[in-house]
Design a protein around this ligand. Structure first.
Ligand SMILES: Cc1ncc(C[n+]2csc(CCOP(=O)(O)OP(=O)(O)O)c2C)c(N)n1
Ligand SMILES: [Mg+2]
Length: 346
């Protein structure tokens, strides 16, 4: 794997991928499980909103699961991740507990942010998940600074900032890349290029998929572009870059992905793309179905077992999260200022 030639972001050519070899079977099944968890959690969140049992905003990462899971597969628990408004997948892939995510979205005290943050402010220090950030590219200097601090403390932990293509249009991303190189901050920026920043096509700003990675490469920062539908390829690219980042140099990874759902629950996306764009893309390119097909010729019961286990895990986590209590009114002013309570009780 190195530079993959620009897979189209919209609508993509059917994606097949190579069969998974024997040596990669265990890992691929693990990736399948992790991507299935992200998908199932977000489907449940959609359902809860439809039923009026959950409130607040929600940005689905359906179709982008392979980027989150592939990148986080290259990380250690102590590595630090920052994320975006579309960050459930990043959180879950980094190991944030499912029940804590659901509870957060239900506004329960047992939520990972005490029920105060909701969908766009998940954070969980014990998993190395510093948090999501609703400010586009706001997580970039955060990850770079945290990584730099860890390096000064003598560790080889790294920081990873997920951004969207819209995040690459933010000046702070470029400033952070430059200063990370200058200060040797071990920081990886992962740009999930889903072809749209809300309704703005990324091609209009940057050119075809892969252009973002090439722009970064031109600044002298090591940069790869990978097909974000292929979790195996993402993990391979991420591992290659993470190994370098751990030595104290920043790096950049562009993943071509696709946003299946509208920008958010309330977004009328039919105004700027065909009504069936998401469905049509998923039918041909679903990263989970694809991996399933690449694994299926071998023992299919192993996949069926994973499906059943994931369904059971999600159902249990959802039930327990919803049954938990809300924070008491008397705690309304907690967490306004920094306090040890903010460290996820760890
Ligand atoms: C600094 C800033 N400007 C604008 C917004 C409003 N906004 C929220 S999401 C979004 C689009 C982001 O696009 P992208 O980074 O590609 O992420 P995606 O939604 O595609 O995952 C915008 C403009 C914001 N949250 N923060
Ligand atoms: Mg985008």
């Amino acid at each position: 794997m190195s530079h993959i030639e620009s897979p189209p972001a919209t609508p993509a050519v059917p994606f097949t991928g190579l069969p998974i070899g024997a040596a990669e079977q265990d890992e691929a099944h693990d990736f399948y499980r992790r991507m299935s968890i992200v998908r199932a959690v977000e489907l449940e969140i959609e359902k809860m909103h439809r039923l009026g049992r959950m409130s607040g905003s929600f940005h689905s990462s359906m179709g982008q699961e392979a980027a989150a899971v592939g990148v986080c597969a290259a990380l250690r628990p102590a590595d630090l991740v920052t994320s975006t408004h579309r960050g459930h997948g990043h959180a879950l892939a980094k190991g944030v507990p499912i029940e804590g995510v659901f509870a957060e979205l239900f506004g329960r005290a047992s939520g990972v942010s005490g029920g105060r943050g909701g969908s766009m402010h998940l954070h969980h220090r014990p998993s190395g998940f510093l948090g999501e950030n609703a400010i586009v590219a706001g997580g970039v200097p955060w990850a770079a600074g945290a990584a730099w601090a860890r390096r000064r403390q003598g560790t080889d932990d790294i920081g990873v900032a997920f951004i969207g293509d819209g995040g690459f249009a933010q000046g702070v991303t470029h400033e952070t890349l430059l200063i990370s190189r200058f200060w040797n901050s071990p920081c990886l920026i992962v740009c999930e290029n889903n072809g749209l920043a809300h309704s703005m096509p990324s091609e209009r700003l940057f050119g075809p998929p892969g252009s973002i990675a090439r722009m970064v490469e031109a600044t002298g920062v090591r940069s790869l572009h990978v097909d974000g539908r292929d979790v195996m390829a993402v993990a391979e690219a991420a591992r290659e870059l993470v190994a370098e980042v751990r030595r104290g140099v920043p790096a950049f990874l562009e993943c071509s992905v696709f946003r299946v759902r509208p920008h958010s629950l309330s977004d009328p996306d039919y105004r700027y793309r065909p009504r069936r764009a998401g469905q049509d893309w998923l039918a041909l390119n679903d990263p989970i179905a694809n991996l399933r097909a690449r694994l299926a010729p071998l023992p299919a019961n192993r996949l069926a077992r994973i499906d059943a286990e994931v369904a059971e895990e999600i159902a249990g986590a959802l039930e327990r999260a919803e049954a938990a209590s809300r924070p008491p009114a008397s705690a309304a002013t907690s967490f306004v200022y920094s306090s040890p309570e903010l460290q996820n009780h760890a």
